[in-house]
Design a protein around this ligand. Structure first.
Ligand SMILES: Cc1ncc(COP(=O)(O)O)c(C=O)c1O
Length: 496
């Protein structure tokens, strides 16, 4: 491997000798805790006050539908399993590079103050914060920017603060929960969705609004469009340029369709030096607002909202989640700056190149496997991004795999047992009936890990084909069967 590339994570490829109870079902581990948490709680002997009883009742609904969330360390964090899951996409944390850059950044300011001292508009503003905001805005070709605690907070602030009464929000059906939260609380007249990444439906939606809304037709109110550069649960890229051309076309140059782009999954991985999709398409001057999360490829936490000085002013005046909160502290901002110090280096570029190589290897291994056509045709393995992968100049780090709904947890536990940590994405994170597993390719993944993961998919698929054809007497996949056995032993009523 070339110098400066991120360190590789350790591969543990499938082994039959490890007992499932000491690996994926280790006590207090990721899976055991989650499965135990599925179990509906019985009524306590002493009746609870209504407040707690009602909370338990709503949690039980989640338990019954197996959509209850549990705070637990992920499997790759507590074992030698391969991380195909975390947001450390460029492997800047896994390889220790970010820690070194962070300590280096801190060492340049030995007298720094730990706390920020207050809200941004009172005592929480300081030179370093302003400088880093300015540097990051310049990096993305934006006029100005404001750093906030998270992209969730950023989206809530953007959508509650910026739409004026009379404006209409048009959003891609698959935008993130934080955008929904902000839109729901906005002052906009209407919120209208369009089919995911669908240019024709986007055009029809705009045309209908313009035809029926006199203020928008006259150019006195605006349509604000919410899209993401790379979609977190699908891994596909927004056709932003085409959307913007449609907007110009249907408004006949009135300029009252403005775009707000969430680049949570784009920053660090695409565009020059990882500056994102908007920069890649040279649309910096045309997109009104861009949100970058620092919690993924940048390797830190927090977010920046980029836009004009008036946008920044509107955010601090009308964005209550910015107005009424303590501003980001020095160490928090220094971690962000350290991440940005790495994005444009040879190491940053090598990491981006690695992701491309590994994603290509994934699709190549997948689609050239002798079982691929059968699995694909039968719907046993559905990988939407496998279609036309060779023709895409840029491959994202997010790949989703689905199967028949009843098998998705079998697939998930199979991959865990094979030492591959992926994310099983249930409803309500994705629409009902569209559960999937999400694979995140990291710069530090090795070829062996990628090929091992694909092979593990097919080992599982082969078992399923045999079950469906009746050539196997099993009713569930082998790992699912062992997990069910363990659940029975533990007195749990749920089954995979
Ligand atoms: C598209 C998108 N926007 C915003 C967020 C929130 O990011 P953060 O973790 O910085 O709050 C996420 C998180 O996964 C996301 O996927």
């Amino acid at each position: 491997m070339a110098t400066n590339c991120p360190s590789e994570t350790t591969a543990i490829l499938p082994t039959d000798t490890q007992s499932i109870e000491s690996t994926i079902l280790a006590p207090a581990g990721f899976l055991a805790t989650r499965l135990k948490n599925w179990q509906p709680r019985s009524q306590p002997t002493k009746p609870l006050p209504a407040f707690y009883r009602n909370i338990e009742e709503s949690l039980n609904q989640r338990r019954n539908s197996r959509s209850i969330c549990t705070i637990v360390q992920n499997y790759w964090q507590t074992s030698n399993a391969v991380d195909f899951c975390s947001g450390d996409i460029l492997s800047l944390n896994a390889g220790g590079a970010l820690r070194a850059a962070f300590l280096d950044e801190l060492s340049q300011f030995p007298d720094f103050t730990v706390g920020s001292g207050g809200v941004r508009l009172m005592d929480g503003n300081y030179t370093y914060l302003e400088r880093v905001e300015h540097d990051i805005a310049a990096f993305h070709g934006a006029e100005d920017g404001i750093i906030v605690g998270s992209a969730y907070e950023a989206n809530v602030a953007v959508w509650t603060a910026l739409p004026r009464p009379g404006d209409v929000i048009v959003y891609d059906k698959l935008v993130h929960a934080s955008t929904h939260e902000g839109m729901r609380r906005s002052r906009a007249l209407q919120r209208i969705s369009f089919e995911h990444n669908n240019i024709d439906h986007f055009r029809d939606t705009l045309v209908k609004i313009i035809e029926t809304n006199a203020a928008i037709n006259a150019g006195n109110s605006s349509i604000l469009v919410a899209v993401e550069s790379i979609y977190s649960m699908d891994g596909d890229v927004c056709p932003l340029k085409q959307f913007m051309e449609v907007a110009k076309d249907v408004t006949e140059g009135k300029g009252n369709v403005q775009f707000i782009v969430d680049e949570a999954h784009g920053v660090g991985v695409l565009g020059p030096n990882g500056s994102g999709l908007v920069c890649q398409l040279k649309l910096e001057k045309e997109v009104a607002v861009v949100v970058h999360s620092f919690g993924k490829a940048v390797g830190a936490a927090g977010a920046i909202i980029l836009g004009s000085p008036s946008i920044k002013s509107a955010l601090v005046n009308f964005g209550r989640s910015i107005l009424f909160t303590t501003s980001p502290s020095f160490p928090f901002v220094a971690a962000i700056k350290a991440g940005y110090n790495l994005l444009g280096t040879v190491q940053g570029q090598t990491a981006r190149d690695h992701i491309q190589m590994k994603a290509r290897l994934f699709f190549n291994t997948l689609t050239s496997h002798n079982l691929w056509e059968t699995c694909h045709a039968k719907g046993i393995l559905h990988v939407p991004l496998a279609q036309g992968w060779e023709d895409r100049a840029f491959l994202t780090h997010i790949i989703t795999v689905s199967t028949r709904e009843k098998y998705i947890l079998w697939l998930f536990v199979h991959l865990m047992a094979a030492s591959f940590s992926v994310f099983s994405v249930p409803y309500p994170i994705v629409p009902l009936g569209q559960d999937r597993v999400r694979i995140i390719i990291h710069a530090g993944n090795t070829d062996e890990q990628i090929v091992g993961l694909v092979n593990a998919l097919f080992t599982w698929a082969e078992e399923i084909i045999e079950i469906e054809q009746g050539t196997s007497s099993a009713e569930v996949s082998s790992v699912a069967s062992k997990v069910n056995e363990w659940m029975r032993k533990e007195g749990l009523t749920a089954r995979l």
